[in-house]
Write a protein that binds this ligand. Structure first.
Ligand SMILES: [Zn+2]
Length: 63
């Protein structure tokens, strides 16, 4: 964990734990090394917080 990593997390730019990266059939998914949340790869070297996989609204989801 680094200061830079944590700052990136605040900007929704996460870094995966490469040992835990998986292909879910649509995205690469993993867990952030900095903050530990579930993340998905949006583009090369660009990992975002993972979105819900179904289309239902998730208003009950607290951060
Ligand atoms: Zn993070």
């Amino acid at each position: 964990m680094s200061v830079f990593g944590r700052a990136a997390c605040l900007l929704n730019r996460h870094e995966p734990d490469r040992r835990r990266v998986n292909w879910d059939g649509w995205h690469y998914v993993g867990q952030c090394r900095g903050c530990g949340i579930a993340i998905e790869r949006e583009a090369l070297k660009l990992w975002r917080r993972q979105k819900p996989q179904d289309n239902r609204p998730s208003e009950n989801e607290a951060g």
